[in-house]
Design a protein around this ligand. Structure first.
Ligand SMILES: C[C@](O)(C(=O)O)[C@H](CC(=O)O)C(=O)O
Ligand SMILES: [Mg+2]
Length: 295
């Protein structure tokens, strides 16, 4: 059993050892994180796209900054015990900015960070037009991140976006160089087949993450398929967000068109269910204990 007092980095590493591949669930806010934890996920994810889209209503194009991400991470780590993997895009600047990112997010409670080899004006990994920095420049990002971590167990995960633009071999060579530079794990972005994924897991001495995001370049491989391909982690960055968004669209539309929400109540969590997730009644009891009122 994981020691709840252990650092977030240690708890993330233990989760990767305990479940293979470790299912990592994206949570766009603290309440979503509570729901994911209740569903049994042992690790959570703060997605860069999630911060941009859900918290700021912006596209995932490197517009949001460290402070924006840190705020979302703090809100989640304040209420959950599951260790959190955080998307830091390109690290938000040069070596000293990368170091600041690592320190700030460690303070915010992150257990793992992933940093990618795109240029600063990044794109979503599943979109065309991605530009990459050189292998050496990305290796420097990794070195700066590893050097800056206050907790040696904080996981630094290197993401390569090279598979889509440069092909499999160059992507593998990059990943190897990032591991050499000190990366603890590798995020193989936009991998189109299980054979490709196996090439990563076969070549690399560290756990490899498969990103099973929807409507992207990677097919919906199952957990079993990913396990058999040797994946160390599997990420569902925005699945719940996309579903929440669809439900919200339907509810807003129904209220506008029908003048009542009665027809869409079945799409809603009830008040009691909400309170159950929040532990609302325990908070109320605490108030009563403190101030001696009857409910
Ligand atoms: C994982 C990702 O980096 C994210 O920010 O969640 C995105 C996910 C997506 O856009 O579906 C990515 O793969 O680039
Ligand atoms: Mg991202």
């Amino acid at each position: 059993m994981t020691d709840p007092q252990a650092s977030a980095g240690r708890r993330f590493r233990e989760a990767v050892r305990a479940e293979r591949p470790l299912q990592v669930a994206g949570a766009v806010n603290a309440y979503a994180a509570l729901l994911a934890e209740r569903a049994g996920f042992r690790a959570l994810y703060v997605s860069g796209a999630g911060v941009a889209n859900a918290s700021y209503g912006l596209p995932d194009l490197g517009i949001t900054q460290l402070a924006d991400v840190a705020e979302d991470v703090r809100r989640i780590t304040d209420v959950t015990a599951a260790p959190v993997l955080v998307d830091v895009d390109t690290g938000f600047g040069g070596a000293f900015s990368v170091a600041r990112t690592v320190r700030e997010l460690t303070r915010a409670g992150a257990g793992a960070l992933h940093i990618e080899d795109q240029v600063q004006a990044k794109r979503c990994g599943h979109r065309p037009g991605k530009e990459l920095v050189s292998t050496a420049e990305m290796a420097d990002r990794v070195k700066a991140a590893v050097d800056a971590r206050p907790d040696p167990e904080l996981v630094i995960m290197a993401r390569t976006d090279a598979r889509a633009s440069e092909g499999l071999e160059p992507a593998l060579a990059r990943a190897e160089a990032y591991v050499e530079a000190g990366a603890d794990m590798v995020f193989a972005e936009a991998v189109p087949s299980l054979a490709d994924l196996e090439a990563f897991t076969g070549r690399l001495p560290v756990p490899v993450l498969a990103n099973i995001t929807e409507f992207g370049k990677t097919p919906y491989f199952t957990w079993e398929q990913l396990r058999d391909a040797g994946a160390g982690l599997v990420l569902y960055p925005l699945s719940a967000f996309r579903a929440m968004s669809r439900a919200a669209e339907q509810v807003y539309a129904a209220i506008r068109s029908e003048g009542t929400q009665e027809g869409v109540l079945d799409r809603m969590q009830t008040r009691e269910e909400l309170y159950e997730v929040l532990g609302y009644h325990a908070y109320e009891r605490k108030l009563d204990e403190l101030f001696g009122r009857d409910t």
